[in-house]
Design a protein around this ligand. Sequence first.
Ligand code: SAM
Length: 246
Amino acid sequence: MSPTIERDIPADELDDVRSGRLPARYDHRLQDVFLEQVDRRMRPGVRILDIGSGRAPTIPPHDRPAACRYVGTDIDADELAAAPPGSYDLELAADATRPLPVDERFDLILSWQVLEHVESMADTLNAFRGALDEGGTLIAQLSGSRAAFALLARALPHRLRVLAMTRLLGHVEEEKFPTRYDACTDKDLRGLLVGWSEVEIIPFYRGGSYFLFSDPVLKAYLAYENRVAARDLRGLATHYLVVATR
Ligand SMILES: C[S@@+](CC[C@H](N)C(=O)[O-])C[C@H]1O[C@@H](n2cnc3c(N)ncnc32)[C@H](O)[C@@H]1O
């Protein structure tokens, strides 16, 4: 998935939508849906914790409101160190499954394509809750456990998965991290978010980009995904956007 979310960039899949290779639901970026949620909560002085942001803060410095405090965390200190200078007001090498190692609270927690990597979703959401101020909001984008690409990833050893993604899809090796897919479904997430004051989980059916390497494979995959999308079978969604207020 893409790193720092810049605005006004067309979806990678747009040409394939125009040529009819992909259906219309691929015509916009998932990043823009995420940004819509972020924008509603941006205001001067907002305190943001970006979880698993590593080398690419989710919101670039030039897109943050005045006096925004922006803290970046990642389990891997080298990833944080690789971020462009000025990306963060504070960098914390910390495991998202554990309580935040500083006594600071936030208005917003952002997490872009990180939750499928954590060992325990329950521990992670508890830690997030502890780091949010009363009324603060978590906005997290993650991949679904039952997406076809996730099932393949779970069946393959990590090294083989990386090899397949770099060779077949041209993904960058350094941007591939081991996935766990713990509780990455609509139902499991809702169960773990009981007790939060407001919860919205938006499902997406957007796994086609993993199968663009072959027209017959893509066609077979889309025959399946189109049915899942038409029936809005949320348990089989490829991605979820979680918006949860403490
Ligand atoms: C797919 S990358 C996403 C990075 C960034 N958000 C982006 O879009 O470029 C996943 C990131 O999550 C971090 N990560 C994995 N497990 C983590 C954990 N338990 N706690 C914090 N960060 C974690 C990885 O080190 C990596 O930087």
